[in-house]
Design a protein around this ligand. Structure first.
Ligand code: SAH
Length: 220
């Protein structure tokens, strides 16, 4: 791991980003505080150090990208998270979103299908002394062992709504998932109303890396 330095410059840029997120409509102060507490540049290659607090996505290896800060904040706000909730995240990626969820007091289970990313995120989250359960495997399968979840957050674009994940959501629970087959997805907020029904709300169009299927066994 690179030696981390959180300088006045980084802190200043972070405050500026938080201002931008507020202007873009993020209102939950707990989320804005979490963005202040977690240095995003730690999750990025040194090459992106200067730009880490711009509202942009960057390469994180294995052909994947860290989500835009606004997207992370927006998805987190839609989750309506409360401390102690059990959250299943699909697409650990850099681990930045995972860290935000941990900072907000969630009990996080996160699955990543690229092993190098899974291992790097594990190191990062250990560094922060967070203790999420991280799995290398196929998010389509979710993780039945710890189900049902209060919240499910999908951070890659799904071609459709995966039934397995719906099955692992608590009744009354919320799933935030970008759904769409092309380059763009609709951000959906699914609330499970009973064992076999759910309601859906739409929250605009986003661009995510695709959720990919892979037959690997889910391991820690
Ligand atoms: N929250 C992450 C988002 C990374 S991009 C961040 O901000 O860093 C989405 C991630 O989803 C990628 O790392 C990709 O490898 C992962 N992914 C794609 N399909 C998946 C699947 N079926 N199961 C688990 N992870 C998947």
């Amino acid at each position: 791991m690179q030696p981390f330095r959180d300088t006045f410059k980084h802190k200043g840029r972070r405050k500026q980003l938080i201002g931008e997120l507020t202007e873009m409509g993020i209102q939950d102060q707990r989320i804005l505080k979490a963005f202040d507490a977690i240095p995003r540049h730690y999750f990025l290659d040194l090459a992106f150090d200067e730009q880490a607090y711009t509202n942009m996505a960057f390469q994180i290896g294995s052909g994947q990208t860290i989500s835009h800060p606004y997207t992370v904040a927006f998805q987190t706000e839609l989750l309506e998270l409360e401390k102690g909730m059990k959250v299943l995240e699909i697409g650990t990626g850099s681990g930045f979103q995972t860290a935000i969820l941990c900072q907000l007091g969630a009990k996080v289970y996160s699955i990543e299908r690229h092993q190098p990313l899974h291992l790097k995120a594990k190191q990062m989250l250990d560094f922060f002394k967070f203790n999420p359960s991280l799995f290398f495997g196929d998010g389509y399968k979710g993780n039945r062992v710890y189900a049902p979840y209060d919240r499910i957050l999908v951070t890659c674009g799904a071609p459709d709504l995966p039934q397995t994940l719906l099955d692992q959501l608590k009744i009354g629970g919320i799933m935030i998932i970008p759904v769409g087959e092309g380059a763009e997805q609709k951000m959906l907020r699914i609330q499970k109303t009973d064992a076999s029904n759910y309601s859906t709300q739409e929250f605009g169009t986003f661009k995510f890396v695709p959720m990919l299927e892979r037959t690997v066994k889910n391991t820690k």
